[in-house]
Design a protein around this ligand. Structure first.
Ligand SMILES: Nc1ncnc2c1ncn2[C@@H]1O[C@H](COP(=O)(O)OP(=O)(O)OP(=O)(O)O)[C@@H](O)[C@H]1O
Length: 243
């Protein structure tokens, strides 16, 4: 299978403390990769390194078969992302925020804005200003902004934070739709195992900066009778059941 993101032995130290330790990951084209780990495990830092927002202390990352250099920017036009939480211009409308983003990304396709709002269920509120939006609406708008330019890769850092159960279900359906209809490769982080289990093809489990496992979900299902949640908890807590 063709890797669109290949991470080779990256580490990151902040003031001498290693927060990412020798992590290697492979994200295949057209797949959903669930990046699982408890709070503070290092998920956001790895995602930021893929997006060139943070520079690894050692190791390398290849995206679309090109090694990322500190000056690399062009590849970012093919990636949509939400890192931590989406930030908008509060006094502008949802549409205006998406327009600004398209301009910044040099993406010219006006109908794409309404399409993106429609996909995330915000088509009725495009003219509303962001300060009138609820947290869940902002989260959806963040997804709309990430996908408005029709990227090849979506990187979503805990995208279900702030969503209600209906929003979570819709997010799951949206991710599967993007994969099926557009062939989008999706890297999604979460600490909620069941959410990853319902959509992912492959998972990487990170704990205290170390990637403990990278496996295909079908292999977990085949080899272990238990749920992904059991597997995850045993790995994180050093259980020997699945060693
Ligand atoms: N700029 C920074 N300076 C110092 N330490 C940092 C910095 N950014 C992240 N860290 C540390 O790196 C570790 C990993 O953080 P990171 O945000 O990547 O984890 P995470 O898995 O995304 O967690 P969460 O689910 O809570 O968002 C944490 O211990 C964090 O305190």
């Amino acid at each position: 299978m063709d890797a669109v993101i290949q991470i080779n032995q990256i580490s990151k130290a902040y003031k001498g403390t290693e927060t990412i330790k020798n992590v290697s990951m492979r994200i295949n084209r057209g797949e959903i990769y669930g990046f699982l780990g408890p709070n503070g495990a290092g998920k956001t830092t790895v995602m930021k390194m893929i997006l060139n927002l943070v520079k690894p202390s050692s190791g390398e990352i290849q995206v679309f078969n090109q090694r990322i250099q500190p000056s690399s920017v062009q590849y970012l036009k093919r990636i949509g992302s939400i890192i931590e939480y989406p930030v908008f211009y509060d006094r502008l409308t949802a549409e205006a925020n998406l327009e600004l983003h398209c301009r910044y990304m040099d993406y010219r396709n006006k109908p794409a804005i309404q399409e993106a709002l429609e996909i995330v269920g915000l088509h009725g509120v495009g003219k509303k200003k962001i300060h009138e939006f609820s947290l869940g609406m902002k989260q959806r708008l963040g997804i709309a902004r990430a996908l408005v330019t029709k990227p090849d890769i979506l990187i979503l850092d805990e995208p279900i934070n702030g969503l209600d159960p209906i929003g979570i279900k819709e997010m799951r359906e949206l991710l599967l739709l993007l994969k099926e209809n557009y062939g989008t490769t999706i890297l999604i982080s979460s600490h909620i195992v069941s959410e990853i289990e319902s959509v992912a093809d492959a998972i990487g489990i990170i704990h205290q900066g170390t990637l403990l496992k990278e496996v295909r979900l079908e292999d977990i299902r085949r080899q272990h009778a238990g749920s992904l949640e059991d597997y995850f908890i045993h790995l994180i807590h050093g259980g020997k059941r699945y060693a």
